[in-house]
Structures are given as C-alpha cells and as structure tokens.
Design a protein around this ligand. Sequence first.
Ligand SMILES: Nc1nc2c(ncn2[C@@H]2O[C@H](COP(=O)(O)OP(=O)(O)OP(=O)(O)O)[C@@H](O)[C@H]2O)c(=O)[nH]1
Ligand SMILES: [Mg+2]
Length: 311
Amino acid sequence: MVDVPASDQASDAPVTRCAFIALIGAPNAGKSTLINALVGSKVAIVTPKVQTTRALLRGIAMAGSSQLVLIDTPGIFAPRRRLDRAMVTTAWSGAHDADIVAVLIDAKKGLDDEAEALLKKLDEVRQPKALILNKVDLVEKASLLALAQAANEAAKFETTFMISATKGDGVADVRQWLAARAPVGPWHYPADEVSDAPVRHLAAEITREKLFLKLHQELPYQSTVETESWTERKDGSVRVEQTIYVERESQRKIVLGKAGQTIKAIGESARRELVDILEKKVHLFLFVKVREGWGDDPERYRQMGLEFPKE
Ligand SMILES: Nc1nc2c(ncn2[C@@H]2O[C@H](COP(=O)(O)OP(=O)(O)OP(=O)(O)O)[C@@H](O)[C@H]2O)c(=O)[nH]1
Ligand SMILES: [Mg+2]
C-alpha cells in the first residue's frame, strides 16, 4: 500500500463551496419564509405578525457543490424593550459574522422609515451584499424598478433580486447566485442536514407559531415556549411535554381560553404539524405557567440563544 500525501488527496476531491449567509430585514419582510423556500422544508416559523423570529437559526440548503448556511435573524427595528434590544443586536451580529449578507425589503411597504434606517446602517457591513425585494406578488411591476433604484442608491449591493418567497418566484435565481458567490471551502454540515436546531427546539417553535396565529391583539408578546421532555415510546410514538411561559396570571387565562378551548386548539394544530414532520404518532402535552419578570432574567435569554442586554 502506498501512502498518499494529504495534499494530493485534496487535489483529487471536487471543489466544494460553503457560505454563511445572513438574511436581514425589517420585521415581517419574509426572511423566515425565504429560508424555508431555499431549504425546501420548514425550519423556521412564519406568522403574519412582526417579531416572530427571536434568535439566530441556521437553515441549510445544498446547491450543487455549494452548501448554503442561511442564518435567519430577528427583524431589525427601533427597539424599546429589553427583549427587543436583544433581538436587534443579535440580528446585526448575524450579519457581521456572515460571508454574504442578503437584505430583504418588503416591496409592498417599500422604503419606509424602517427600511431607510436599515439601509443606512449597511455602510458598516463589509461583506458582499445582495438586495432582495420580496412580496412582488403584491405590487405592480412598474413600482419595483423605482424601488430597486432607490435602494441601490441608498446602499451598495452586488445584485438585486425581485422575488415572491411564498409563491417561489425568483427563489431559484437567489439560490444559484448564492451558490456561485460562496467561497471555496469544506461543507460545515452533513449534506442531508436542514437545520442546526435540534428537533425539540423546532417543536417548541411550532407551538409558539400556533400561539401567535391563534391569539391576536391579546397575544402576550413576551410569551415563550420550552420543550420540557421528549420521550420516544416503544410503540413508535413520541410523548412531548412543553410549557408556555407568560409573565402574568391574566395572560395565563388568555392562553388557556374559556374552558381551556384556546390551549386545546393551539395544542391540536401544533401536534398535527409535528406528526407531519416526524412521521410518527405524537402525544403533545401543553402547560401554561406564569414566570414573573422573565423578560429581565438573563438565564431565559441564554436559553433562547440571545445575549442579555445590560439595560
Ligand atoms: N404575499 C406575500 N406574502 C409573503 C411573502 N413572503 C412572506 N410573506 C408573508 O409575510 C409574513 C411574514 O413572513 P415571515 O417569513 O415570518 O417574515 P420575517 O421577516 O421572518 O419576520 P420576523 O421574524 O418577524 O422578523 C407571513 O405572513 C408570510 O406568509 C411573499 O413573497 N408574498
Ligand atoms: Mg422570521
């Protein structure tokens, strides 16, 4: 047997590329929707409400010999509360750590104050940037060109895409450009991995999505969901226990609903989605607990993957 030097082995291997790509944008621009579309399965939760995504989450997509590690970030806006500040800081740190930054703008909203402020701050971002105008299904084509031009005057982009993340229009072009722009390097994850988050985290996020979808004005914004236990049973089913934490007793009553109707509906729709994802029987048990002042508890931020802002 002949020993092949490592350097020769490497030259025989096909060239692989791998990029960390941060998707940033105002709340509700469609960042999580686009990540799911690029990955091809649901890794991030999506709701019509602003501030759905709270911490960085990586979705992984393969495009030929390129691996795209897509970093979903919380929306960027003018933060007031501590949780808001933690989310916005986290979003910008995601951008600074990435190889490529994709900036999403809701084409329907156009360059409102939020989008303008975001574009202004892009000066500080050194990485190659792509502009993605999303939700083009909601606007006239003519207005898109003006928007693209104005945004390109406000910040420096290498390229501009006009897409609909929900309909899938233009998503393949984005994938292709990212794949070509990715630096040469080894893949960071196994090729069949779609997310860096463990399934019990996704399960907690799905319950939070259903909570956001079910409750409207009365939604306790600071509510959070944790998967407390996950037991695979001999019959092939899984038993999952989760707790929804709220800050006040009045919020607990809202989440429970009259005779427990609200929590029951949330649990049933979360359970159904888990069955689809896991392809097995799921027994989901939801509890609602009051955890006073958790918005000021550093440990909770750590659990969510957020830095705790000092004030
Ligand atoms: N019509 C239309 N709606 C879209 C499109 N992309 C996303 N949406 C909707 O916009 C809403 C927000 O989408 P998300 O993906 O949660 O947005 P986000 O940017 O991740 O929001 P945050 O996590 O709150 O920052 C959802 O109701 C989506 O269904 C699109 O291309 N067209
Ligand atoms: Mg999101």
